[in-house]
Ligand binder design. Structure first.
Ligand code: ADP
Ligand code: ZN
Length: 635
């Protein structure tokens, strides 16, 4: 931020809220932001736990602009530094980055700017930060102990304003984002004890938090823990029938022109699903660790820079993806844990507009995940932990309670339920007393020798004399045909829930045949009742689908085919292309929507819109007013 821009009121003190209004164009702080900013501005250390999309960046960006010197931001997300810095430059903030993607000359230039006190924010990859040469550069920068007034306050911008450690959970060995360099970041505290540090993460669980405090020596830091609720995300778990068609229908009805992510477990499934979607006209791209770096980066860049791209990916994709208008995250396979699920779905709707988290799930997934854990070569202790985590996720999938409430309870937070934004609240699910059915299902598995899968067992229960049934003489069993009052779909739902609930397990040696566990005993003995969820039956679902389709479903964030909306988006894309930045760096969808709804007639009115700061107003104000004006005259 140039000094002149903020010097609107002479030499008067610049406050955090003024920066928020003038630079970022936002009217007020969200949640804990103000408290965090005020704590860090005066030199306090902080540990910030906030969900994805909560607004963590402002918590270090504003103090970096208000404190003398440059804010040094450590981030593992090299591929995204460019976009983060571009977004700041759009706001008129003096920012740069240093990582392996830039050449020696460019790096020298950035270092020169740093030493001359010309930067408010510098993003650095951890491995670069830890080099001797960079650390001694920081020491040269830090020589002057006397506090300098910041440029925002009209002085020279010399020294180190703060260290921000983004994605701080990367210190955790148990998380899948572990980076060994993060363990060495304590050096910042040892060599620059006077510089405040702010560590930030969206990973909520207590063990990880403890590890961050310990590994980064943040015992003295104040902890700011926000609510982890993502009220704008609609959670839905749907039972697999024909997964691809279900996905296709979900996209067609709710996300025709939207960007989103489809997660699959294996590389092969990623490739196949992406190709399948592409054939059906979706702008789908694959992403997984087996693709070469150039393809990965090209696909990621298209996802960020263009609209309406569907990324089909393994979990290798997504960390730190800060594209604000990801409108949906779909899972075609089960995530490994609630933590994984919440992190992956959390990439939807960072802009605060409604977004969907959609998961398709079936018995095969439970069996597959359990076998992956059991068959892996992790130590037994680790496997036990993984089994517990999977069970918590299965409990969530089978739950009939509010999803927001269930997720948050897992992370130790209370939620009143009845959220109005999950499948179970929007279309409440019945439970039924399935004690009798469970006993039939269990004894059928027992009498057939605990070697068969749910499909065959259903056939026996319903009394269907298939070739297989006859081959094994199962039509002669006492359980043959005792379950006629339920359909095959209903039996498959019973088996899924019995496996998910741990009463049955798939035997890897017997090709996934279902075996009884000790937990089945009290049910068979009649000592324990079993209540199961009543899955929506496919015929009813079909009727609901027809009704949804006929309701001319508005894509819930955008404004559909409205001419002005399309013209605004086209203008945004044109400006983005000219500068080689993603469209959301110009304006977020939320700002564009507000322009559409309020139709500002002059710069002052445009400037009132959330997300339109001074720099963007000066740069793009006229261009967008012209689009609005042309739209008005056509009406
Ligand atoms: P996080 O890093 O926590 O995922 P970001 O810092 O990227 O979140 O912020 C998420 C989105 O919310 C961004 O688009 C950001 O511009 C916006 N945002 C942050 N703070 C505010 C605020 N006080 N008012 C309005 N929008 C905000
Ligand atoms: Zn709910």
């Amino acid at each position: 931020m140039t000094a002149s821009k903020l010097q609107t009121a002479g030499a008067a003190e610049i406050t955090p809220i003024q920066i928020l209004n003038n630079v970022f164009g936002y009217a007020s702080f969200r949640g804990e932001q103000q408290a965090i900013v005020e704590h860090v501005v005066v030199g306090g250390d902080a540990l910030v736990l906030m969900p994805t999309g909560g607004g963590k960046s402002l918590c270090y960006q504003i103090p970096a602009m208000l404190r003398p010197g440059t804010g040094i931001v450590v981030s593992p997300l090299i591929a995204l530094m460019q976009d983060q810095v571009d977004a700041l430059i759009q706001l008129g903030v003096k920012a740069a980055f240093l990582n392996s993607s830039i050449g020696a000359d460019a790096a020298r230039e950035v270092q020169g700017r740093l030493l001359r006190g010309e930067l408010d924010l510098l993003y650095v990859a951890p491995e670069r930060l830890l080099t001797d040469s960079f650390l001694s550069l920081l020491e040269r920068l830090n020589v002057s102990p006397s506090p300098q007034p910041s440029p925002a306050r009209g002085g020279v911008n010399y020294g180190i304003a703060l260290f921000a450690i983004d994605e701080a959970h990367c210190v955790s060995q148990w998380g899948h984002d572990f980076r060994k360099e993060y363990r060495e970041l304590t050096i910042l505290h040892e060599r620059f004890p006077g510089v405040p540090r702010i560590a930030l993460t969206a990973t909520a669980d207590t063990p990880t938090r403890g590890e961050i405090v310990e590994r980064l020596a943040l015992e003295q830091a104040r902890q700011f823990v926000s609510s982890f609720d993502r009220a704008n995300i609609r959670y839905r778990v749907t039972q697999k029938i024909n997964t691809r068609n279900q996905l296709q229908e979900f996209l067609e009805v709710e996300h025709k022109d939207d960007s989103g992510i489809v997660y699959c477990l294996s590389r092969k499934k990623v490739e196949e699903t992406a190709a399948w979607l592409k054939e059906r006209g979706w702008d789908a791209l694959p992403y997984h660790a087996g693709l070469d770096a150039a393809t990965r980066s090209a696909n990621q860049s298209r996802f960020l820079r263009e609209e309406g791209v569907v990324m089909v990916a393994t979990v290798a994709f997504g960390m730190g993806i800060d594209k604000p208008n990801v409108r949906f995250v779909a899972h075609l396979d089960l995530p490994k844990s609630m933590e994984g699920y919440y992190q992956e779905t959390g990439r939807a709707g960072r802009d605060g507009l409604p977004a969907n988290a959609w998961l398709a799930y079936g018995l095969g997934d439970v069996v597959q995940m359990r076998q992956m854990i059991d068959g892996g070569d992790a130590p037994e202790e680790r496997k036990r932990l993984e089994r517990q985590k999977l069970d918590a996720l299965l409990g969530y999938c089978e739950s009939t309670a509010c999803r927001h409430q269930t997720v948050l309870r897992y992370f130790g937070e209370e939620h009143p339920g009845n959220c109005g934004a999950c499948d179970n609240c929007l279309e409440p699910v019945d439970t039924w007393n399935a004690t009798e059915a469970a006993r039939m299902a269990l004894s059928c598995a027992y009498r057939t020798g605990q070697r068969f899968g749910a499909g065959h067992l259903s056939d026996v229960l319903i009394g269907k004399a298939t070739g297989r049934v006859e081959k094994f003489n199962h039509h002669a069993l006492s359980t043959f045909g005792i379950g006629k009052e339920l359909s095959a779909t209903q039996w498959s739902s019973v088996y899924r829930q019995l496996v998910a609930g741990g009463l049955l397990e798939a035997d890897i040696e017997a090709y996934g045949g279902l075996k009884l566990t000790p937990a089945a005993r009290p049910v068979l003995r009649g000592e324990q009742e079993v209540w199961l969820r009543r899955d929506a039956d496919p015929a009813k679902r079909k009727a609901q689908r027809a009704e949804r389709l006929s309701k001319s479903h508005e894509p819930f964030a955008g404004a559909g085919e409205d001419r002005l909306w399309l013209a605004l988006k086209a203008k945004r894309m044109e400006l983005a292309r000219e500068q080689g930045v993603p469209p959301y760096v110009i304006f977020h969808d939320s700002a564009l929507l507000e322009i559409l709804n309020r139709r500002p007639g002059n710069l002052a009115e445009l400037g009132e819109i959330s997300g339109v700061g001074q720099a963007k107003l000066a740069k793009y104000g006229e261009a967008f007013l012209k689009v609005v004006g042309a739209g008005e005259s056509r009406r």
